[in-house]
Design a protein around this ligand. Structure first.
Ligand code: ADP
Ligand code: MG
Length: 327
């Protein structure tokens, strides 16, 4: 049995989902919402894993199911090899979730908030590590100040601390840097990296590609409730190194100049060419040299990096299944 195995040895995957599905019931005046569509996903133990997707993709739904905060409507899920249906309490004990909203009791102090949370998780008083954790997130000085007097960044760190009272092997942060300024973001990231180095499996959700790229060793992308990619960050970014160079020429063209035929080129307007290339393979210099060889002169140029939107388009191209579905 999976659970017995988990106790005896460390699991291969910190989180596993098979065919995970969620439909939110209809609200008055609103149709039901198919928020997760048969997601299969494994988060290897020890990884710093990014769950990336635009707003509304289903990221929070996914992690809230694992945390026992949202009831799934289909599929199976395990946290630390523990089946969330068969042993919901044990599964919940294996995961700490830092919620997306900055919700804290304004009239409690960090020390009190930590103690209450430890009580909720049944951590015996002598096993509590309140000050140790507050120290780790840099809040010892504020242990006895009201939460309402904490800055946004401090509140975020307090939520991280709160998610760790029961020392879970898996820590999930839902959009951890929303509303956190750049300096604190760096601080939070280095703390997250440190936790990960010490063995905690980290999952973070974000809608910023850069954030996932900088922090995570693997990235899964979800869009409209569907998993559309899941691979090591390096591979994903390598796949996404397409760039586009837009060139405006000095005269009208009727076809793509012969000198440019080796590239992927579109004649968009009589004077405008768009050259698509991979920046790992082709330099702009090569393209411009080819243009020059064609005898045309460039009067203007601009480049475009793919943003998340382009990436979704690219990854979902050919997958029209969602277009026909009701959302
Ligand atoms: P994300 O975290 O990626 O922004 P969510 O998981 O919050 O996405 O939401 C996924 C979809 O489910 C969205 O369309 C959202 O409006 C819908 N949704 C989320 N929570 C509820 C709910 N409690 N009731 C109905 N629909 C919901
Ligand atoms: Mg969310």
């Amino acid at each position: 049995m999976a659970t017995a195995k988990a106790r005896a040895s460390l699991p291969t995957n910190a989180i596993e989902a098979q065919g995970l599905d969620k439909t939110y019931k209809s609200q008055p005046g609103q149709p039901e919402k198919h928020a997760l569509k048969t997601i299969d996903l494994a988060v290897p133990r020890g990884s710093l894993f990014g769950l990336l997707g635009p707003n509304g993709a289903g990221k929070s739904t996914f992690i809230n199911i694992l945390a026992g905060l949202v009831i799934k409507t289909g599929g199976k899920a395990w946290v630390w090899d523990i089946d969330i249906d068969a042993q919901p309490r044990s599964a919940r004990a294996a995961i700490g979730v830092v919620p997306q909203e900055l919700s804290l009791d304004a009239f409690f102090t960090p020390r009190e908030i930590m103690e209450v949370q430890a009580g909720l998780y049944g951590v015996a008083p002598r096993k509590r590590r309140t000050m140790e954790i507050l120290e780790a997130v840099g809040l010892v000085d504020k242990a006895d100040s009201y939460a309402r007097s904490l800055s946004g960044g401090m509140r975020r760190r307090l939520l991280v601390a709160k998610a760790m009272v029961h020392n879970p092997p898996v820590l999930v942060l839902d959009e951890p840097t929303a509303g956190v300024d750049i300096e604190l973001r760096q601080q939070l990231w280095s703390y997250i990296r440190e936790l990960n180095r010490r063995g905690t499996t980290i999952v973070l959700t974000t809608h910023y590609l850069e954030e996932a790229e900088e922090l995570c060793d693997s990235i899964a992308i979800i869009n409209r409730g569907r998993l559309i990619a899941c691979e090591p960050t390096r591979d994903l970014v390598g796949r996404l190194d397409n760039k586009a160079l837009q060139l405006t020429m000095d005269r009208d063209m009727t076809a793509v100049p012969a000198a440019l035929e080796g590239f992927s080129v579109d004649l968009q307007e009589p004077r405008q060419l768009v050259v698509r290339y991979r920046k790992n393979e082709t330099g702009i210099g090569q393209i411009l040299a080819a243009v020059q060889a064609s005898g045309l002169a460039v009067v203007d140029l601009s480049t475009e990096e793919p943003d998340l939107e382009d990436i979704f388009l690219e990854l979902t191209r050919g997958d029209n299944s969602h277009a026909a579905e009701s959302r």
